[in-house]
Ligand binder design. Structure first.
Ligand code: SF4
Length: 339
């Protein structure tokens, strides 16, 4: 156990955690909703500061980030626990057990050791991912500080449900983010995720203003968030509030965890969603979890030629020079250094 940040004392040894938008009130010897932040006699402790449950070298395309240093490797890490309770979680074995009062498992790898591993494997960045980086903010900040000083980039892959205090704490360290926009209704967030939509929308706008490179992901679930109206609302929000340059990844759902009562997303539904995104004015809309699909590649919005060819998470061809299309010299939004 290590002392946590982002909390305040209340009366009677109770505390309020201020890491995420749940702002849990935690009574002595209890944990918050994420299951990894504990009230230890009136002081908040984190159970995952030194417990890394997953550590891998990934292509950055796997996050997914398509306009941020393409073709580079990122050292990805995560702990157990999550502040949301998505019934369709694809990483539930990592995210959910601490909610059942199970002790989070993981290896005691220090921020210095993480950085050393990133350097040894020639990673260009470190990604805080797999479960939810908000709930291991202490480990994230310490590692991100070291990484930044060594010239590596820092990336979060997140549900976007941070508190404003947490967003402020990360500002200055994070270079890029992929944030889930799981649906466009409070009902969906409440019923299937145990969360709220509004703070996520506010954080998406905040990230854009803070200047992190931002890409958005939506897992499209048949019958739940794939109606033409909802797709139009999501695409409209991304285009109007975040900007037409914001890449939108629309990903295929596979039945898992508590949501096994519906089929995988039909490819036609994903293609319909892509059309809705492009129709709303977005310049870069991608499909996810359909390896080999054309919409995994980047097309120049001006001359329409393919400028980054991808298969799965692999970059096969790049037709860009100095951040511009090699065919027509149109500038392509993104961070292309080191790629
Ligand atoms: S991170 Fe969120 S869910 Fe966890 S204790 Fe803090 S406020 Fe609650």
């Amino acid at each position: 156990m290590s002392r946590a940040i982002l909390w305040k004392k209340l009366n009677n040894n109770e505390i309020q955690c201020q890491a995420c938008n749940h702002f849990c009130t935690v009574i002595p010897e209890e944990r918050g909703k994420c299951g990894v932040r504990l009230n230890n006699n009136g002081e908040m402790e984190t159970l995952v500061k030194d417990k890394i449950a997953a550590l891998n070298l990934d292509p950055i395309e796997k996050k997914p980030l398509f306009h941020f240093m393409p073709g580079t490797q990122t050292l990805s890490l995560g702990t157990m626990g999550c502040n949301l309770a998505c019934t369709f979680c694809q990483n539930y074995s990592l995210s959910q057990p601490p909610k059942e009062q199970q002790e989070p498992i993981g290896d005691p790898i220090s921020p210095n050791q993480i950085l050393a591993a990133a350097v040894e494997y020639s990673a260009s960045s470190i990604s805080y991912t797999y479960s939810e980086p908000t709930i291991f903010i202490e480990l994230l900040l310490e590692t991100a500080d070291l990484a930044q000083k060594s010239g590596l980039k820092n990336i979060i892959v997140s549900n976007g449900f941070q508190s404003p205090q947490c967003m402020n704490a990360m500002d200055g360290y994070i270079d890029a983010a992929n944030i889930d926009l799981k649906a466009f209704s409070e009902d969906f967030y409440s019923k299937y995720c145990g969360a709220r939509l509004k703070p996520v929308l506010q954080n998406l706008v905040r990230i854009r203003k803070m200047g992190w490179w931002l890409e958005v992901t939506t897992l499209l679930i048949p019958g739940l968030n794939d109606s033409p109206e909802e797709l139009e609302q999501m695409a409209g929000f991304i285009c109007n509030e975040l900007g037409e340059d914001t890449p939108w990844h629309i990903s295929r759902f596979h039945p898992t965890f508590k949501m096994t009562d519906r089929p995988a997303t039909p490819v036609e539904t994903l293609e319909r969603a892509c059309s809705a995104g492009l129709g709303a004015g977005l310049k870069f809309v991608y499909t996810g979890n359909i390896p080999g699909h054309m919409a995994e590649s980047t097309f120049c919005p001006s001359c329409k030629k393919m400028i980054i060819k991808r298969t799965g998470f692999k970059v096969r061809e790049v037709h860009m020079k100095d951040g511009a299309c090699s065919f027509c010299q149109e500038e392509i939004p993104g961070r292309w250094e080191n790629s």
